[in-house]
Design a protein around this ligand. Structure first.
Ligand SMILES: O=C(O)CCC(=O)C(=O)O
Ligand SMILES: [Fe+2]
Length: 481
């Protein structure tokens, strides 16, 4: 505990003052005056409740309320409120003005007053600012040797298939051969695609607006550009240069054939261009439809922390899943998670960490949890795929977690059967083996269900003693047969 407090103290030193001077709540205990006393009946409400109420107001009402006193001014400056207003307004063309509020109101920085609210004490208002400024270094350095992700210069398809399909690793050389690695920088991209619209979470912005945002924002969880249609928008070609001479990049050959490719135009979304500033990233998740993925860093660098998953293992610290794993709650921002859970995660068996640098590509095995944070402004390309070794996992997911399947176009109403039909034609042997494995998984689940509910092993009563939550065969999660 002393270490955590010490670490916090050193972060605090690096964090500048809140722009309005707001301080953490604890300071109220020794303060002689408090701006909150002037907010009338609002004073009965907790700070986060005040913010929830403000979310119901439109911009003119927020501005009026903010003029009534300094404390409400500070509350109405909360960036989340203005971000929601701007996103709801679905304005495609905006001029980024440094904050969500200034952008919504189209105010230049010199038109935004800095009112001194130094005697307002609020964790709710101070915490996002604090989290947006903590140093990431204590979390991304000092990785224990046992947690270090493997780094390989090269890997053959055979080596991948034999030894690496369930292990994260970084390939250090391959991406350096890609034309996109040699040619793309943020400046080049802006020059070439400045008015091209890309998707960044809930907004569709021209690239030049997004790059302005990237360079001038102080968000705790910066908006992340994640575009699945970049290949057509940028008019680039993809494929191994032996077949596609003008290819801008090609999937690492070691991963072998992507079995979802048999679905052709019916395959689920599978590739994204990812651009984001320092501190942007992805909170803990597993990739969709039990796919594996590779993530290639063209500019910048990314810190990854990953955990294997199975029915026998709990989710990573700070991540909560419903019994059927359909709901994942990872309620914290990346910074909050680092502050609260990183130390415990680093000590947890199975934890894998590493930094994927410019020109490197990282393998995310099917089913692994991962959290990613950009250490610098970054540009990356990621693709999800189904390697031979995880065909059963993908079929199992499509068949038994139909409600969680994602990324298919609406007209693909039965992804499992469509996939099976195509595999029958293109890969009958692989399909046959996978269907046998699926049957074994089902048997395992049924056995386990009988043990739990009826206390039986092989038809014999065990009085419900001695079961564990693993199935041993493929290790998928428990489900009622
Ligand atoms: O680069 C990142 O933020 C990671 C992206 C990721 O994990 C994903 O696309 O599933
Ligand atoms: Fe992912």
């Amino acid at each position: 505990m002393a270490i955590a407090e010490g670490a916090l103290a050193s972060h605090a030193e690096a964090v500048p003052c809140h722009p309005l001077g707001v301080k953490p709540s604890g300071n109220a205990l020794v303060a002689t005056s408090n701006l909150r006393n002037a907010i009338g009946n609002f004073n009965l409400l907790a700070d986060d409740v005040v913010l929830v109420l403000l979310e119901y107001l439109d911009a003119p009402s927020l501005l009026k309320l903010g003029r009534t006193c300094k404390a409400l001014y500070a509350f109405t400056r909360s960036e989340d409120i203005w971000k929601t207003l701007l996103i709801r307004s679905s304005r495609g063309l905006v001029t980024w003005q440094g904050t969500w509020r200034a952008t919504y109101l189209n105010l230049t920085p010199s038109q935004v007053p800095m009112i001194n609210c130094a005697t307002l004490f609020s964790d709710t208002l101070h915490r996002p600012f604090y989290c947006a400024h903590i140093s990431l270094e204590p979390y991304t350095t000092g990785i224990p040797a046992r947690n270090q992700i493997s780094r390989l210069q090269d890997l053959s398809a055979e080596e991948f298939q034999d030894s690496w399909t369930d292990r994260p690793f970084i390939l250090t050389e391959l991406v350096k051969q890609w034309p996109v690695y040699q040619q793309w920088s943020t400046e080049d991209l802006v020059n070439k695609y400045n008015t091209t619209i890309f998707r960044a979470e809930a907004v569709d912005w021209p690239l030049n607006t997004y790059v302005d945002y990237m360079k001038h924002n102080a968000d705790e969880s910066p908006l992340y550009l994640f575009d699945r249609d970049f290949v057509s928008k940028m008019d680039i070609k993809v494929g191994h240069p032996s077949r596609v001479p003008e290819a801008a990049y090609w999937p690492p050959p070691c991963f072998g054939e992507d079995l979802f490719a048999v679905l052709e135009s019916d395959r689920p979304d599978s590739r994204w261009l990812i651009i984001g500033p320092e501190r942007s990233g992805s909170t803990f998740h597993k990739d969709p439809n039990a796919t594996s993925a590779w993530n290639a860093v063209l500019r910048g660098s990314k810190y990854w922390i990953m955990f294997p998953s199975s029915s026998k293992l709990p989710p990573p610290p700070g991540v909560y899943v419903s019994a059927d794993q359909s709901e994942v709650t990872s309620p914290l921002s990346i910074a909050e998670w680092l502050l609260g859970f990183h130390a415990e995660a680093r000590r947890t068996p199975g934890c894998i960490e590493g930094i994927c640098n410019e020109g490197e590509v990282l393998h995310v095995p099917s089913g692994w949890w991962h959290l990613v944070v950009n250490l610098e402004p970054s540009i990356a390309i990621t693709q999800n795929f189904v390697p031979k070794a995880h065909l059963t996992a993908a079929l199992d997911f499509l068949q038994n977690k139909a409600d969680q399947v994602s990324g298919f176009r609406k007209n693909v109403t039965d992804p499992y059967n469509k996939f099976v039909e195509r595999l029958k034609v293109r890969h009958p042997d692989l399909l046959e083996n996978a269907i046998q494995d699926l049957e074994k998984r089902k048997e395992g689940r049924k056995r386990k269900w009988d043990e739990i509910v009826h206390g039986k092993v092989n038809g014999e009563s065990t009085n419900g003693v001695g079961f564990s939550f693993g199935f041993g065969d493929g290790d998928s999660d428990i489900e009622v047969p």
